[in-house]
Design a protein around this ligand. Structure first.
Ligand code: FNR
Length: 183
């Protein structure tokens, strides 16, 4: 079984990001299992964890969980043209101690969403920049910018057909990338 961790950049209950994430993971083929990895409980990264303070248990648990994954799907809103702090914190927490980053080499995919028409482009590309440094191969095409998201979800949180079909092509590209990096 190939394990895909899903990291959602919003803590809001019923957030559009988590609704999009749920739709996306339903499109994974057989042999793949998806798990939402929570990030809201993580403390702010503190480099003193590597010294006197010691590492908090929830941080060690988070790092171990990421290590077990074969790939990571990020679904995020845009906050002030960038990624939400909670997501950057999770990336920082997993990246240390130096040389022991749990992200290293894991294939990834990025979906940004927004009720606005720019569709989280800024967040998508700031996240891409961070993942490049973390040495995560990322799906390049198709790019997933889900704009006017509130108009694309029905009352049950299902994406309308056109968007679902698009997301299927995105997930197919993600699966191809995962296969390249896990065989
Ligand atoms: C936003 N929002 C927003 N939208 C956008 O397209 N570009 C932006 O830069 C921002 N900035 C921003 C900052 C902050 C602090 C908040 C709370 C919101 C609006 C945002 O897209 C909207 O609230 C989404 O619904 C957030 O995603 P979730 O929580 O529904 O997943």
């Amino acid at each position: 079984m190939t394990k895909v961790g899903v990291i959602v950049g919003s803590l809001r209950k019923n957030s559009f990001s988590s609704q999009v994430a749920k739709n996306a993971v339903e499109l994974l083929p057989e042999g793949y299992e998806a798990e939402i990895v929570e990030i809201g409980h993580l403390p702010f990264f503190n480099q003193d964890w590597e010294g006197d303070l010691g590492t908090p248990a929830e941080v060690t648990e988070f790092r171990n969980k990421i290590k077990e994954l074969d790939a990571v799907l990020f679904v995020t809103p845009e906050y002030n043209r960038s990624i939400p702090a909670v997501l950057k914190n999770a990336l920082d927490v997993g990246s240390r101690p130096y040389g022991e980053s749990v992200w290293n080499g894991k294939p990834a995919a990025i979906i940004s969403q927004s009720p606005g028409t720019i569709a989280g482009f800024g967040a998508n590309h700031h996240l891409r920049q961070v993942l490049a440094f973390l040495n995560m191969p990322v799906v390049q095409q198709p790019e997933a910018y889900i704009g006017s998201v509130h108009e694309l979800l029905d009352e049950n949180g299902k994406l309308k057909d056109d968007t679902r079909n698009f997301l299927q092509s995105f997930i197919d590209a993600f699966v191809d990338l995962i296969k390249k990096h896990t065989q």
